[in-house]
Design a protein around this ligand. Structure first.
Ligand code: UDP
Length: 239
């Protein structure tokens, strides 16, 4: 499948048309941003790692009955995926307090929850991706109640699968962000990416941060952390 014209350029990926109306090619960049684009930088090799990691995790999720946009890895940075219309909601699942949760509620990071939480934010850069609940999303016609119920069910199923997988790698899945899309034939699928850009991953023993917080918080060792997560994934994924 050949790349045709560029359809879109985001912060971390470009999207290209193909000869098929139903398929697009995503191309992963090394560019990194944080704080709604205020902090910019490069994480060398990140595009390759995020492409390969996201694809392997999506394959694993497919094998557990979770539909995704993944079709075929084309090269180190390029992947063929189903063309979707993105539901403009960032779906965040948390198992442990961190980041904006810790800040909003004035608690420390690292509190292990009895049950995972789910929250939505409205994907809108001008507004800074504001937090919203499912009633707001329905009022704004971002999704129907049925779709939101389906999104919740899939998001918790993704959490169960990812938590178990990362635990086998000696990594604690703290929280993560998912995006969903509707395919040209009307099916809801998991889209975007699953990577250290979109998940908080802590070493299970040392609690060392192995994700984009190293970039956000200038902790150093960003490239090494991404490479370490990829190495452990390759050792444990089993295909
Ligand atoms: N996240 C993301 N993109 C965003 C916002 C959050 O991928 O635009 C991920 C983030 O990496 C973390 C989880 O979602 O794993 C929860 O992020 P949080 O709400 O704590 O926000 P942050 O502290 O990253 O601003």
């Amino acid at each position: 499948m050949e790349k045709r014209e560029q359809l879109y350029e985001g912060k971390a990926k470009k999207v290209f048309a193909t000869d098929s109306e139903d398929l697009v090619i995503v191309s992963y960049k090394d560019d990194a941003t944080a704080f709604n684009g205020l902090k910019k930088g490069t994480i060398k090799g990140k595009g390759v790692i995020n492409n390969q990691m996201s694809n392997r995790l999506m394959k694993m999720l497919e094998s557990r009955g979770i539909p995704t946009h993944f079709v075929e890895e084309l090269s180190e940075r390029d992947t063929l995926v189903r063309r979707v219309s993105i539901v403009p909601l960032e779906v965040i699942i948390r198992n442990i307090s961190a980041g904006s949760f810790a800040k909003r509620f004035g608690v420390e990071e690292g509190i292990v929850f009895d049950e995972p939480t789910i929250e939505f934010s409205y994907k809108n850069d001008e507004l800074g991706d504001p937090l919203m609940n499912s009633y707001h999303a329905i009022a704004l016609k971002l999704a129907t109640r049925e779709r939101i119920e389906e999104i919740k069910r899939l998001a918790f199923a993704v959490n169960d699968a990812l938590r178990e997988f990362w635990a086998s790698c000696g990594i604690t899945l703290v929280d993560f962000k998912l995006e969903f899309g509707i395919t040209t034939d009307g099916r809801l699928v998991l889209a975007d990416e699953i990577s250290p850009d979109t998940c908080r991953l802590w070493d299970s023993v040392t609690h060392e941060k192995l994700d984009k917080d190293r970039f956000r918080r200038d902790l150093g060792g960003v490239e090494d952390a991404y490479a370490e997560v990829m190495k452990r994934l390759n050792e444990h994924i089993g295909f």
